[in-house]
Write a protein that binds this ligand. Structure first.
Ligand code: THU
Length: 160
């Protein structure tokens, strides 16, 4: 019997002020977007900002619904918006920030499993890693240089 092991690597920034200038600005857009999220049921607001190859920024926030499962996360709202607005355009970076109205979130909040799968579709297609910077409301920022760091052993079009 053989074993297969996966390992992951994240870069850790003490604070968003430590980020490269361009990414800091992207994170500020994620934060502004987060504060406009429609999250009346969870009070958990998430914002995502995508830096596109043409240097435009595409944003998304979580959109909840009285029928709970009909809501959508910020990351998928943003990446599907990017796919609709700029079909096939590579994504240079993604920034995510989450805030709860009930408690202060100081730990970085990663994209959920379904969002990881959605992000992987675009990363596989562009054949280049999408660096994902994610944080809570304040404090450390984690960087995954590719979705593969967060989602090893991806199911993608090559499995079909
Ligand atoms: N949420 C996101 O927007 N992104 C994630 O990766 C995790 C969860 C949203 C979904 C829901 O509106 C709220 O946060 C609570 O789960």
């Amino acid at each position: 019997m053989e074993k297969i092991r996966f390992s992951a690597e994240l870069d850790v920034f003490e604070d968003k002020s430590q980020l490269p200038q361009e990414i800091q600005q992207l994170m500020v857009q994620a934060i502004e977007t987060r504060d406009n999220a429609y999250a009346p049921y969870s009070s958990f607001k998430v914002g995502a900002a995508l830096l596109m190859e043409n240097n435009e920024v595409v944003i998304g926030s979580n959109q909840e619904n009285a029928s709970y499962p009909s809501g959508l996360c910020a990351e998928r709202t943003a990446i599907y918006y990017a796919g609709a607005k700029y079909p096939k355009m590579p994504i240079k970076a993604m920034a995510i920030s989450a805030k709860s109205l009930n408690k202060e979130i100081t730990a970085p909040v990663p994209p959920c499993g379904a969002c990881r799968q959605a992000i992987s579709e675009y990363e596989v297609n562009q054949e280049k890693g999408i660096p994902i910077y994610f944080m809570g409301e304040k404090g450390k920022v984690y960087l995954a240089k590719s979705i593969k760091e967060l989602l090893p052993f991806i199911f993608d079009k090559f499995n079909l």
